[in-house]
Design a protein around this ligand. Structure first.
Ligand code: NAP
Length: 292
């Protein structure tokens, strides 16, 4: 295992960011004061890339409470394509006018006039919401609306989430800065999209990098191979799983989610952890057992 300063930073569009960012979704429950502490600590530790969404309930308000006025270098990345619903928790909101309304809500809640990156969260495949009826919207019309908002200065960069390789390729002419798809060391169904991102200079931001958000996903920290190599290297299983993601592709930026200050420190430290060849090879082989 080695550490290197240069290894710690990656590109999100034109900006260098610490490769260990923070996914804020887990802050949608629990004590608000604790969530504010976690956000402030993340930034103190060097995190400059935070993933959020208006449909994560109170999370944007917590980010504003914790971090506003925002440091210039802080990239707050949000996503549109769904909205909260009183009965069903989350529903698709894929129409161009709904994307625009969601961008406006994010701007208002975060207390800013500009969003660093907005990810278009498609809803074509499980897990999560699936678009039906008039919510099945063609990608080009959505991109048209996002491009218009980028031209208006409301959005810095356009990202995609939960997309296929064909959709990524369709969207590339619009200028895509990142793709946020489900992927981790033991759930690797999206390798083709990752490869395309790396080739096209698009940041690859795997969501659920530890396998958490959906009940049906296996948890990285329960995997016996991950646990064994973590023990051998004197790091935690979570760090080992995250470090594999960084070592696997230079395009990768991490957004693990946590409410726990100790876990946060462990996760940020991963930006400077490079696994040895033995661990990389063993973890590469886990793809054969991958659930995705
Ligand atoms: N685009 C999309 O559709 C989409 C979907 C889901 C999520 N996301 C984004 O991706 C981010 C990450 O996904 P996620 O939060 O669902 O899952 P995750 O990062 O894979 O896992 C989070 C879980 O792992 C635990 N954990 C975190 N760090 C740990 C550590 N060092 N040691 C042990 N356990 C640790 C957390 O519990 P503790 O709180 O106890 O640490 C939490 O239960 C989200 O926050 C969200 O921003 C995007």
């Amino acid at each position: 295992m080695t550490t290197s300063h240069a290894y710690a930073y990656g590109k999100l569009g034109d900006h260098d960011v610490l490769r260990a960012g923070f996914g804020a979704m887990q802050l949608n429950r629990g004590d608000a004061a604790d969530a504010v502490k976690v956000l402030r600590r993340a930034v103190e530790l060097g995190v400059d890339h935070i993933d959020t969404a208006q449909f994560y309930g109170p999370v944007n308000d917590l980010i504003r409470t914790a971090l506003h006025p925002y440091a210039d270098h802080l990239r707050i990345v949000t996503k549109v394509g769904a909205v909260t619903h009183p009965a069903e928790r989350l529903v698709a909101a894929q129409k161009p006018e709904e994307l625009r309304a969601s961008v406006e809500e994010n701007l208002r809640a975060l207390g800013t006039e500009h969003l660093a990156v907005v990810n278009l969260r498609r809803a074509d495949m499980p897990p999560g919401i699936i678009a039906a009826g008039d919510q099945v919207v063609d990608l080009d019309s959505q991109l048209g609306e996002l491009i218009a908002m980028r031209d208006e200065g409301k959005i810095g960069g356009i990202g995609l989430s939960h997309v296929s390789l064909a959709q990524l390729r369709q969207a590339l002419p619009a200028g895509v800065v990142c793709v946020q798809n489900l992927y981790n060391v033991i759930t690797r169904g999206q390798e083709d999209v990752l490869i395309e991102c790396a080739e096209q200079g698009v940041a690859w931001v795997p969501y659920c990098p530890l396998g958490s958000a959906f009940d049906q996903l296996p948890n990285v920290t329960d995997n016996s191979v991950v646990i064994a190599h973590a023990q051998r290297l004197g790091i935690t299983p979570a760090q080992a799983g995250l470090a594999w993601l960084l070592g696997h592709s230079p395009a990768t930026l991490l957004i693990p989610g946590t409410r726990d200050l100790a876990h946060l420190a462990d996760n940020v430290a991963v930006a400077r952890i490079e696994l040895d060849r033995e661990a990389m090879t063993a973890f590469d082989a886990l793809a054969q057992d991958a659930a995705a």
